[in-house]
Every structure is written in structure tokens, then in C-alpha cells.
Design a protein around this ligand. Structure first.
Ligand code: SF4
Length: 517
């Protein structure tokens, strides 16, 4: 029974679904050269939705022919040629900046339509793609940015990430899902892949089988943020790396065939898992995979929030990785290129993106570490950042995002800079800002989440304002932050946060963190 059969018989499909049955999203790649030649006016408005499959969103004002463009980077690993290509694309075709996203992708803004075919060619040459970086398809596979070099990983997840990425990428069997679909594969014991906020997550686990300790994964399904957030729930299965694709295919097939296609708001896997219950979902997975061992021992021991600042030894003796702060994830192409060149000069050219919107240079030999760290670029992008700027994140916001209600990146930077000057704490506080309920900046898992909205003044004027949420974490069972009463005008938000944090400082014990971290 295929999803086309299930849903074509159902006259309650939403508009996007009806369009997706008429034309596969990936076919947009055949149309883009024609549109690029004939100009933006040649694109019928009903075709805009398909551009998402090419990782593109038409940007406001919609008549300018400019696009937001996202490039996938599975588990955040870039080689030198890829990093250079990304820097050059930023410099040559858009505003000269790159945004590191919370899914380890790189995002550009205001990319002109006419340059898209040549950009795609340049990305293809270095084995990168924008395909399915948006749209109702498997998004970038996130995971441990230290995969393969991490003293805190149970095993190297690079081959598994690569296998899953290749299996789903541009696979026509899975290019029409009910909505976006997010996979995390991680074996770092501090949950670097943020398992619980993904649709499907593989987390480190062990099991004794036939008297031998076997390394593998536990599986979580149905997590996601936005207006109604859910933490992913665990299936009672143990999966060895060679069976990950089989399990991922089964979970994705269930989502494709039974996920909701009537309302876009309820089309995420989390609603199907919540409605069926985890036991029924597990039964259905096992019907597709055949028997799997039951769960073994969970090897997650804490949560690192996705932060890796400083220089640290790798699991390879004599090599080090260097975690760099990129404030709110925005970096000029020139700076990105300079960091890529340093990675090549002192290491092997590899560069890694982190879901906390930062960068890592891996594979630096002991004898090169000091010389690398004396480079001027680290004055701008420190490896030991100030506590508020270093631990702040922000989504795209109203500069470039069509859905944003407020500014985010500049506002978050301004707030963090003030807090760094006026509040001294002995622990970092993670503050994440988002410009609407979609929570691309993951405000739900922040110590302090800030969400933008519009507020009407007494004079009926609409002004930017924010709501505050406190106490989010993925430590232990995970806990989304909770909303504080009140809405705060943008002009007052940093005053309020300063007072709030000074109160926290006064009341807290030495070394006590905002939340378990
Ligand atoms: Fe845009 Fe909202 Fe996502 Fe921010 S959270 S990038 S404002 S959709």
C-alpha cells in the first residue's frame, strides 16, 4: 500500500499535498535553469513551494528574485575544498556572509536566481548539495561534530551518517513526506546530536549478545519543536550500525504512509507517534524490519549542549581539535575562508560545523597548536568566548526570514554583549532567541529562551516584543523551558534579562548552573 494510493483516495489533502502529487518536488532542479534564464517573473507563484526541495526559499520582497539557500553538511564535516567552495559562494553570489544553522548546515541569503545553476555546479564539484535541505523530505543528518576524533564517543559514526545520507538523498521513495523530517545519528556520550528534538534519533548504547559486549544504538522517534514541542520517545530496540538503514527506512516508511497530510500543522511524525503510542509504533517498525534485539544499556551520561570551545586532545594521540566561537552563527565569507586556510595550513584542511552555530578545526598536531592559536583570527572568533556571547544562539529573524516577527541575530548579539559587560557569573547561561514559534533557534532547550512577537502599544502602534522561557535542557529525560508571564518590549528586554540574571547570581550557590548542564 503506497502513500500515493492511501492519500489519492482521500479528498482531504492539504494544498501542498495536492501539488506534490502533481509534480515531484525534486523536479524543480530541471526547471531552475529555465527560470534562471528567463528571469524571476517567469516563475508562476504556484511553483514557489517546489523551490524548497532545492533548499531555496523565495525571500521578501518577493519580486526581487532573491533566495535563501541552505547547503547540507552531514554531521557537520567539511573537507578543505568544500569549505573553500562555501566561502567563495558567499563572497561571489550573496551578501558575503554565511550562517551556521542549528542543523549544522550553511545558509545564505539574497542569492540571485540567475546564479543558481552555476552555484549548483560548484557545489556538485565538491560533493555538496542544497537538495532537500528544505521541503517535505529528509533534512540534513545531524550528529556528533567530533565524529571519528572524539574521546567521548562510543564509536565513529561517520560511516553510518554517510550511509544514511546516501540512502535518503534524492531518493524518490522518500521525497514526498508529509513535512520536514529530521534525523540525528550520534555516539557521543554527552548527547551531542540533541536526540530528543529530532524525528528519528540514534543514540549510543551497548548490549551483551552471546556473552559479548556489542556497540550500537538506541532509537528515539517523534521529537520536534515549534508551537507544540515533543521530546522523542525510545523504542525498545537495540540496533547495530549495519542495521541502522533498515530501521531508518522502516520509521520513514511509516511516516510517509501514515503521517498526516490533511493539516500541515499536524503533519510532523511527532503527532503520529503521540496518537499511536510508542508501543504501537514499535510494533509497526518491527513488522517492517523483522525482529531486532531489545534495548540494551543506554550510554548517554549527560548533555554538553553542543558546545566544544577550546583546544582539546582527540582520541588520536598527538592530534587536537579547536572549538571556535562564531557569535550567533554568522560569519563573513572572508573570515570563513581564513579559518579554512588555517585548517589546511596547520591541520589537514577539515572544518566542522556545530549545532550550537559554531566551528571546530580538527586534526591539529601538538607541535602546531600554539602557533595556530596565536593567529589573529581568534581575537575575533575566540576559543574561550565571553559567557553570554559564546553561549547565545539565534535563528535567522526578520532580516531575511519571511515568517519572522522580530529581529533575532543582531538583537541577541546586543543583549549578550551587554550582559557580558554588566553581569559576571561563574557558569555560562545559554540564551537562545527565535523570531517566531517555529523555534529554528531551538529556544525550547535553552536555559533562557526568547521568542519574538508583535505588541500593540496604547497608541495602536505595533512594536517588537519578546516572551521569556526558562529552564530548558536535554540533560536526563529532557525538559522544555517554561514561559514566564508577560511580554517585554524590545527596548526593555536587555534590562529585564540583566535584572533577572543578577537575581540568579545573588540566589545561586557557587558553581550552580541555570539548569543541569
Ligand atoms: Fe524564521 Fe521563525 Fe525559523 Fe526564526 S524561528 S528562522 S523567525 S521561521
Amino acid at each position: 500500500m503506497s502513500y500515493v494510493k492511501v492519500w489519492a483516495d482521500n479528498d482531504q489533502l492539504n494544498k501542498n499535498e495536492i501539488n506534490k502529487l502533481k509534480k515531484d518536488g525534486l523536479s524543480i532542479f530541471e526547471d531552475i535553469p529555465k527560470y534562471a534564464k528567463n528571469g524571476f517573473e517567469s516563475i508562476p507563484k504556484d511553483q514557489y513551494m517546489y523551490f524548497k526541495y532545492a533548499g531555496l526559499t523565495v525571500q521578501k520582497p518577493q519580486d526581487k528574485g532573491l533566495f535563501m539557500m541552505r547547503v547540507k553538511i552531514p554531521t557537520g564535516i567539511l573537507n578543505y575544498e568544500q569549505a573553500v567552495a562555501l566561502a567563495e559562494i558567499g563572497a561571489e553570489y550573496e551578501k558575503g556572509t554565511l550562517d551556521i544553522t542549528t542543523r549544522q548546515s550553511i545558509q545564505y541569503h539574497w542569492v540571485p536566481l540567475e546564479h543558481l545553476p552555476e552555484i549548483f555546479d560548484r557545489l556538485k564539484k565538491v560533493d555538496l548539495t542544497t537538495s532537500e535541505a528544505e521541503g517535505d523530505a529528509p533534512r540534513n543528518v545531524v550528529g556528533n561534530p567530533l565524529a571519528g576524533i572524539d574521546p567521548d564517543e562510543l564509536f565513529d559514526t561517520r560511516p553510518t551518517v554517510n550511509e544514511i545520507y546516501r540512502f535518503f538523498q534524492d531518493n524518490p521513495d522518500f521525497s514526498n513526506l508529509p513535512r520536514k523530517y529530521k534525523i540525528s545519528i550520534n555516539a557521543n556520550i554527552y548527547n551531542a546530536g540533541h536526540a530528543e528534538i529530532n524525528d528519528l534519533a540514534f543514540t549510543p548504547a551497548t548490549k551483551v549478545i552471546d556473552g559479548k559486549k556489542v556497540l550500537g544504538f538506541h532509537v528515539k522517534v517523534g521529537g520536534g519543536l515549534a508551537a507544540k514541542p515533543y521530546l522523542a520517545e525510545q523504542l525498545n530496540v537495540f540496533v547495530t550500525p549495519e542495521h541502522v538503514t533498515k530501521v531508518a527506512e522502516a520509521v520513514t516508511t511509516l511516516y510517509r504512509d501514515f503521517g498526516y497530510r490533511k493539516s500541515r500543522a499536524r503533519a510532523r511524525l511527532k503527532y503520529l507517534v503521540a496518537d499511536w503510542g510508542i508501543e504501537k509504533f514499535e510494533e509497526k517498525v518491527l513488522e517492517l524490519t523483522g525482529p531486532l534485539p531489545t534495548a540494551g544499556k543506554d550510554e548517554i551520561v549527560g548533555w554538553n549542549g553542543g558546545f566544544f570551545f577550546g583546544a582539546h586532545p582527540q582520541k588520536q594521540v598527538g592530534l587536537n581539535y579547536v572549538g571556535i566561537s562564531v557569535p550567533v552563527g554568522r560569519i563573513d565569507s572572508d573570515d570563513f575562508l581564513e579559518i579554512a586556510e588555517l585548517a589546511k595550513h596547520y591541520g589537514d584542511g577539515e572544518l566542522r560545523t556545530v549545532n550550537s552555530q559554531n566551528l571546530i578545526i580538527p586534526n591539529i598536531p601538538d607541535h602546531e597548536l600554539e602557533r595556530l592559536l596565536s593567529e589573529d583570527i581568534f581575537k575575533k572568533f575566540p576559543i574561550h568566548p565571553t559567557p553570554f556571547t559564546g553561549y547565545a544562539m539565534a535563528c535567522t529573524g526578520n532580516e531575511f526570514c519571511n515568517l519572522a516577527l522580530t529581529n533575532t541575530k543582531d538583537k541577541m548579539k546586543e543583549i549578550a554583549a551587554r550582559l557580558d559587560k554588566e553581569v559576571s557569573l561563574d557558569v555560562p547561561v545559554r540564551i537562545y532567541m527565535v523570531g517566531c514559534t517555529n523555534s529554528c533557534g531551538q529556544r525550547h532547550i535553552a536555559d533562557i529562551g526568547i521568542q519574538g512577537l508583535k505588541l500593540k502599544t496604547k497608541d495602536n502602534e505595533l512594536v517588537d516584543a519578546y516572551e521569556l522561557f526558562v529552564g530548558g535542557s536535554l540533560a536526563g529525560e529532557g525538559h522544555f523551558n517554561e514561559r514566564l508571564k508577560g511580554r517585554i518590549a524590545a527596548s526593555l528586554i536587555s534590562d529585564v534579562l540583566k535584572d533577572f540574571l543578577l537575581y540568579f547570581k545573588k540566589e545561586k550557590e557557587n558553581g550552580e548552573t541555570f539548569f543541569a548542564f
